[in-house]
Design a protein around this ligand. Sequence first.
Ligand code: ZN
Length: 325
Amino acid sequence: MILDGHNDLVLHLWRGTEPRHVLLGEAAASGFAGGFFALYVPSVISFEEPDAPYRLPLPPEIPYAEASPIAEELAAVLEGLDGVTIARSVDDFVPGRVTAIMHIEGAEPIAPDLANLEAWYERGLRSLGLVWSRPNAFAEGVPFAFPSSPDTGPGLTDAGRALVRACNRLGILVDLSHLNEAGFWDVARLSRAPLVATHSNAHALSPSSRNLTDAQLDAVAATNGVVGVNFSVGFLREDGGGSPETPLAEIVRHVDYLVARMGADHVALGSDFDGATIPDELGSIGGLPRLVTAIRAAGHDDATVDKLTHGNWLRVLADTWQPLA
Ligand code: ZN
């Protein structure tokens, strides 16, 4: 059974564009049992994988009033997915079917006074990224930059701190991917839950602003949290390049590094399927068994593979999806 930390299938279906990676007809044969399905209110930017070095400026803020109705539409798309169950508890994940964690990527659809957060929880929201790569009322994301430190701007606002506390109280996972380093450390100080970056890689191997420094990786491990390895070639490669001819082995390189640095209990998969350029050698969810074979061939035993593919996600979700004082 494979659970995954991030996909953008919903955005494609909402826009009416063809998904290329999350092909649900391939799910059963590949062992894909779902994971985090992003509700992402898009910024109006043209976004092609640039050649490193690069620095795309932060897009402007999207006001709550603009983001909220779009997020409602995105949620309706997710709820309408044929054969997909919306996760409300860890027991909902079973082999042979696809279960979706409703994840808001960028908290713009949450009112700055948090008035609608509980309604979102009731609707099924179980994971929230404070930011995408732009500023909002709660925090500021990293720009897409290579090479770059993730230390690119200010930390959480008062509203951002209130949001983290409210998520702990309700049992909503707080996702650190896309957050800048100052915000990361603010959450690390504040949150009572395990720290989680759903789709980020090792900065030591690929010095992108979107990846995590060794100190950040250590902090995630220290809270019994998890990092989902991102398959986006620009966050995998040492040179930050965007070629889809990047080999599958680049994903394994990050898995190896993170397991050595953090321990096998703190590493998972966070594909970014349908949100990024991924290695052609992987192709789609149908290629996941090839990735698992490559991870085994790199010397990871069955117990480790079970943790990487689903065990760590299930543990962290169980630890997080309960009210935390
Ligand atoms: Zn993302």
